[in-house]
Design a binder for this molecule. Structure first.
Ligand code: EPZ
Length: 412
């Protein structure tokens, strides 16, 4: 999909934050682990969710998705190899591996896809599966994992801080009597998955970053769960307000955004917030120094949109990406649009300006696409953004919501 965006418009109004993409994907996979129906609320209507629903239906689950509420019935679930193209389209399909190992002690799946922001290996996941008594091999892009040892307990130390691997290890070990996992990384989205598993009846505890699990009997029941707000979406709309007018974001959890909000406050932007709301007004800030890090550090998923915000600073902002190898594209687009940007490796130095000359852009991934939208809105004329489908993977109904805020944006 390609869109046309006009610069110059004032953006003003209120948006309600959607459910978190990076929580709902593992939650949907984890719904197979329930001994009964699951009702999820605040589910974002994004393409990654529709892709996961397609896989659930392929597995003979009943899925009803009305508005932002989803009902999943896994009564007829049966094992099938996951050779669906949806598995290759997104990264989060890999959560089916841990869930299948818990349910069937085996899994055959096409290797995951996802944003091309680096090599995106799954070695930490695979090492965790081996530590839990599984073996694996990869042939023709198909990963096969199977049980070799019936060990009743395990103690893991993950080889790297990885959100995906931490959640997948928790899933994969649920058949054991007991396990503990160290060096995990959960972030708010992983914590939401742990809370959901506890609601399903799994005895999981998290103390000082160590997950402990004791096997227990699950009772048959309907489990209801509300997906946490998407902190990346919330901040994207807040930055829109800082750049283009005045935006209030509601139904947020600002406790999950302590680091980026502090950076904005310290830079002197006109931003205020309560536990559940953010109010952002067009303003200029002092230069920002940002280094992405694991939670609770500065989130890598906000790096590109903060890069665009740094155009509205007085001074030179410095942004460094440390989590993914290829996530600096936006700075080349900014430089091509007239901004003063020095880029070397995973570091960029941006001198504040308000002269952005509109040009046409091509979205390379989800967060880059969102940053391009902000950049196009800063332009002096019109821009076309190609491959905008990437943005629809993670921002629910963003085109209509932007129009409602006064943005001039049309689908070509
Ligand atoms: C999740 O990706 C999110 N994706 C990412 O959001 C997010 O940026 C990332 O966590 C960090 O917060 C989903 O939840 C679907 P990691 P994930 O495993 O789990 C390396 C977005 O835009 N690594 O924490 O893949 C990895 O290459 C997306 O919404 C290994 O080396 O992230 C990266 O450098 C982008 N081996 C670092 O660890 C592994 O086996 C952190 O990755 C796994 C990861």
């Amino acid at each position: 999909m390609d869109i046309k965006v006009s610069g110059g418009s004032i953006i003003k109004g209120t948006v309600f934050c959607s459910g978190a993409k990076n929580a709902v994907i593992p939650l949907l996979c984890a719904s197979l682990l329930s001994k009964g129906k699951v009702m999820l609320r605040n589910v974002p209507r994004i393409s990654d969710v529709f892709d996961i629903c397609h896989i659930l239906r392929y597995l003979d689950c009943k899925v009803v998705f009305k508005g932002h509420t989803m009902l999943i019935d896994n009564t007829n679930l049966k094992y099938k190899p996951l050779f669906l193209e949806e598995c290759q389209k997104i990264r989060g399909s890999y959560y089916f591996i841990g869930v299948f190992l818990a349910l069937f002690s085996k899994c055959e799946i096409l290797l995951p896809g996802g944003c091309k922001i680096g090599s995106r290996p799954i070695d930490v996941h695979l090492q965790a599966f081996e530590d839990l008594g599984f073996k694996y091999f990869i042939e023709d892009n198909i990963l096969t994992v199977y049980k070799i040892k019936v060990n009743e307990e395990a103690s893991l130390v993950l080889t790297k801080k990885s959100v995906g691997a931490s959640i997948n290890a928790i899933f994969a070990g649920l058949r054991l009597n007991h396990y503990e996992i160290k060096n995990g990384l959960y972030e708010p989205e992983g914590l939401d998955v742990i809370h959901f598993l506890q609601k399903l009846g799994y005895h999981l505890t998290l103390n000082n970053e160590v997950i402990r699990y004791e096997k227990s009997k699950l009772d048959f029941k309907l489990t209801k769960h509300t997906v946490i707000p998407d902190r990346m979406e919330a901040m994207t709309y807040a930055i829109l307000g800082l750049l283009k007018g005045e935006v209030t974001v509601k139904r947020v959890n600002t406790n999950d955004l302590t680091c980026p909000l502090k950076i904005l406050k310290d830079a002197g932007y006109q931003i205020s917030y309560t536990e559940t709301e953010i109010y952002a007004k067009k303003s200029y800030g002092k230069e920002m120094h940002i280094i992405t890090d694991v939670y609770p550090g500065f989130p890598t998923d906000l790096q590109s949109v903060f890069g665009v915000l740094s155009l509205n600073t007085i001074g030179k902002s410095k942004i460094e990406e440390t989590v993914f190898e290829k996530r600096m594209q936006i700075y080349y687009d900014m430089r091509d649009s007239g901004a003063q940007c020095e880029i070397s490796g995973n570091q960029a130095i941006v001198t504040g300006t308000n002269k952005i000359h509109s040009k046409n852009y091509n979205a390379c991934d989800l967060r880059h696409g969102a940053a391009l939208l902000l950049l196009a809105l800063l332009g002096d004329k019109e821009s076309i953004i190609t491959n905008f489908d990437y943005v629809l993977r993670g921002y629910d109904d963003i085109i209509n919501r932007l129009k409602a805020l006064g943005g001039k944006i049309t689908i070509i």
